[in-house]
Design a binder for this molecule. Structure first.
Ligand SMILES: [Zn+2]
Length: 222
């Protein structure tokens, strides 16, 4: 099987696990490459938790940018588009634009802009245009997901990875994050006809500006 590459751009270390930890485990288990780019990190404890989690997820490449907060500006867009061009992912996964968390919404905007620029032949000698953009659900649900991934075989392992983020889990009483993660996976499992699922919303990528190296298709299947 041809090996592919997935890049997850998360606002904070832990979003990648809550949103698509099952997808990461499934694909790294099949030998595909998964890279994670976390835009912020507030302290060393979270950085350590992230490293531990990434070890369990078997992520190939992880980068934490040292931003304390996310601002939609050229500097951050450039950092993300540079990373896209470096990693050359087939699929990019990030946050949904209607997430309740402002920094998740800003991450979506930054990624959308970065995807435009990463494909421009005027900006990069070796531009890159991923095939798919998928949006994950962290704490805000997707009303009508287009994709439900069956993560039943890796779900308990995903829960193990969630426990790496103890600083975040203890923020709320009554095991909120643990319960929410399990119930969310069960809900998506019911919808997907499997035990546990992860939902994604797919956004079609544009490639019609004059700066793109590939501007047209040879047939309607690609
Ligand atoms: Zn977050």
């Amino acid at each position: 099987m041809e090996k592919k590459s997935i890049l997850i751009v998360a606002a904070h270390p832990d979003d990648e696990t809550f949103g698509c930890g099952g997808a990461i485990l499934l694909h790294t288990g099949e030998g595909h490459k998964c890279s994670i780019l976390a835009l912020t990190c507030s302290n060393d404890e979270r950085r350590e938790e992230f490293k531990k989690a990434m070890n369990l997820l078997r992520a190939n490449e992880l980068v934490v940018l040292n931003h304390k907060k996310i601002f939609f500006n050229h500097g951050l867009v450039d950092q993300v588009s540079d990373f896209i061009v470096k990693v050359k992912p087939d699929i990019v996964v990030t946050h949904i634009p209607w997430d309740y968390h402002r920094e998740h919404r800003l991450t979506y905007r930054v990624v959308k802009e970065a995807l435009e620029w990463s494909a421009h032949s005027t900006k990069y000698r070796d531009p890159w245009n991923p095939t798919r953009l998928l949006l994950m659900e962290v704490n805000t649900l997707i009303p009508s997901p287009q994709i439900i991934l069956d993560v039943s075989n890796v779900f308990e392992k995903k829960m193990e990875v969630i426990y790496c983020y103890s600083s975040q889990l203890k923020k709320f009483p009554d095991d909120y994050y643990v319960k929410f993660s399990r119930v969310k996976a069960e809900l998506r499992g019911v919808q997907g006809g499997c035990k546990y699922g992860e939902a994604f919303y797919e956004e079609t990528l544009t490639k019609n500006s004059p700066f793109f190296s590939v501007k047209s298709s040879k047939n309607l299947f690609n």
